[in-house]
Design a protein around this ligand. Structure first.
Ligand SMILES: [Zn+2]
Length: 247
């Protein structure tokens, strides 16, 4: 059974006071037998170009194991934003684009957020959106109009709104929009049981966010009494299909 973690970070974060050096990242990947991990800079990264380049180097060092996700502040010149996205996806093989609602102070409904959706559409890669901490920008319901406007674009709601209050909104977004997928880091096992049971195992993907949470998230899914097929979908198969991974 393949394990793909679609939410990992490398480097320092001035917004959330976090730091994940390469040793911590690769340590949790090895310890938890992750077959492939998606790595992105934190939103408060002091030098985002350097961190994206560090991730590109890791992709070369660990081919078919590390996949980069672009995470850029959309409140910048459109040409510069697009040039960097194009470089990372076309030249370096990054597989998705993050929209960090709180870290980059960007409402998915704001004019600048269109840069993210348009770039993802152009490159045919999914958009991954932070939800939860940072409400109102981070409300999962804010994803719905964009998921409807970009109905061919796969959109992953990171964190499912974080916690019992807002996981219902993530559920509604996924229920209304077939192109919305959920990543369940920081929600409880009971919410995961409900979401997978109601929406189906094809809509939920493993993501763990911080190295100390990787084993916890995997253990939760393994404790849900899912069938082998449903567990395989959530832990890796959905990500392999959605991101067209060759692993
Ligand atoms: Zn994160």
């Amino acid at each position: 059974m393949k394990i793909v973690d679609i939410h990992l970070h490398l480097g320092h974060c001035n917004v959330f006071d976090l730091d994940t050096p390469e040793e911590a990242l690769m340590g949790t990947i090895e310890k938890n037998k992750i077959d492939a991990g998606f790595v992105q800079p934190y939103p408060g990264c002091p030098d985002v170009k350097k961190t994206h380049n560090d991730i590109a180097k890791l992709m070369k060092k660990y081919p078919k194991k590390i996949f980069g996700v672009v995470s850029l502040n959309p409140h910048q010149d459109e040409k510069e934003y697009n040039a960097e996205v194009d470089r990372l996806i076309k030249d370096e093989g990054f597989v998705g684009i993050k929209l960090h609602t709180i870290g980059h102070a960007i409402n998915p409904l704001a004019a600048d957020a269109k840069k993210v959706f348009e770039a993802a559409k152009r490159h045919k890669v999914p958009v991954l959106i932070h939800t939860g901490a940072g409400i109102p920008f981070a409300l999962p319901s804010h994803v719905i109009p964009m998921a409807q406007a970009y109905s061919d674009l796969p959109i992953v709601i990171y964190h499912c709104g974080m916690g019992h209050v807002y996981s219902t909104e993530a559920y509604i977004a996924a229920k209304l929009c077939k192109n919305v997928y959920l990543e369940g880091s920081w929600i409880s096992i009971n919410e995961k049981i409900w979401l997978v049971g109601d929406l189906g195992s094809e809509r939920m993907l493993l993501g763990t966010d911080l190295p100390e949470n990787t084993g916890v998230e995997i253990f939760q899914y393994k404790s849900m009494n899912l069938s082998d097929k449903d567990l395989a979908n959530v832990l890796g198969e959905n990500a392999i299909k959605l991101f067209k991974l060759k692993i």
